[in-house]
Write a protein that binds this ligand. Structure first.
Ligand SMILES: CC(C)(COP(=O)(O)OP(=O)(O)OC[C@H]1O[C@@H](n2cnc3c(N)ncnc32)[C@H](O)[C@@H]1OP(=O)(O)O)[C@@H](O)C(=O)NCCC(=O)NCCS
Length: 160
């Protein structure tokens, strides 16, 4: 398996992977969080948002034999913090989870962030995704929680 920078032709693979963010809410009988205009308040679930970040070179993929097994978007730097990078989305294909692919993508984010001179790597995750153990295992420390309506989020940080 290799971690590679995503190319424009990988768009549909990423769209499919990131659909999981909505289906997790639905499977648990919850409506995903939404903005006042009705759009999902979830990063990169629309093709337009994914394409925008893909064209800004923010996506990395775990690939094996030409198949995309996982996708991560890395903001380098995150927003206006010049020394902080952020994993904005991370998804591994169903059926391929718990095989170390997510950890490989996080390791790649760490490596890229260090090379770019970042001091911190952060990630936010809706609690419903149940990814706390994963991020702690990958080397993050828990840095807090927030609530937006009925939706709670975990925040994680790593010093680089
Ligand atoms: C969360 C996610 C990215 C993790 O990727 P992964 O490739 O499955 O994770 P890894 O195999 O690298 O896991 C490493 C360790 O993290 C922990 N872990 C990972 N997933 C876990 C889970 N669902 N429950 C408990 N621990 C988990 C385990 O300690 C695991 O080691 P082990 O399998 O030897 O016990 C993946 O499950 C996924 O895509 N989920 C759906 C989308 C999602 O929720 N993304 C996070 C949004 S912020």
């Amino acid at each position: 398996m290799r971690i590679v920078r995503a190319q424009p032709e990988d768009l549909e693979d990423i769209v499919r992977l990131n659909r999981q963010f909505v289906t997790i809410f639905r499977k648990k009988g919850r409506d995903p969080p939404r903005y006042a205009n009705g759009a999902y308040d979830i990063k990169d679930v629309t093709r337009e948002r994914i394409e925008g970040n893909l064209l800004k070179d923010r996506y990395f993929l775990a690939k094996e034999d030409g198949y995309t097994l996982g996708a991560m978007s890395l903001w380098l730097p995150a927003y206006r913090c010049k020394t902080t990078s952020e994993i904005a989305t991370l998804a591994v294909r169903l059926g391929m989870q718990r095989k170390g692919i997510g950890t490989r993508l996080v390791d790649h984010a760490i490596k890229r962030s260090k090379t770019a001179g970042m001091r911190h790597l952060i990630v936010a995750s809706y609690c419903i995704y149940d990814a706390k153990k994963f991020y702690l295992n990958a080397g993050f420390r828990f840095s807090g929680m927030s609530r937006n309506g009925r939706c709670r989020s975990y925040y994680f940080c790593m010093d680089l």
